[in-house]
Design a binder for this molecule. Sequence first.
Ligand code: 5GP
Ligand code: ZN
Length: 114
Amino acid sequence: MVDCVFCRIVKKEIPSTVVYEDDDIIAFNDINPVAPVHILIVPKTHLKNLSDVSEEHAPLLGKMLLVASKLAEEKGISEKGFRTVINNGPEGGQIVMHLHMHLIGGKQLGHKMG
Ligand code: 5GP
Ligand code: ZN
């Protein structure tokens, strides 16, 4: 998608600090981190959000979680703990309308979810 910031990051038209990449997924540091580790795990194909996925995307969604687990291990936060978040739609707090998972950790996170 031409005007999508994450599609432009996928195409390397916008620079980012890439921490993982394969044929299906790119992961990079969030530009405005809320914790010492704050990585965005992004499918390379443009999907708006979880309301835009179907059965065929099940392997991709599974892979996003596996990448999160692998990166948590790499960043040394696997044992202490971390959080994965997918914001979905305006009331879910989604700002960038290209499906992405936040991987957040490296400090004590609050219990408040809403
Ligand atoms: P959302 O609220 O949509 O779940 O989160 C979008 C996230 O993308 C935010 O945490 C924001 O800081 C991050 N973000 C927005 N634009 C850019 C960008 O150009 N580069 C990077 N690395 N992160 C971005
Ligand atoms: Zn996109």
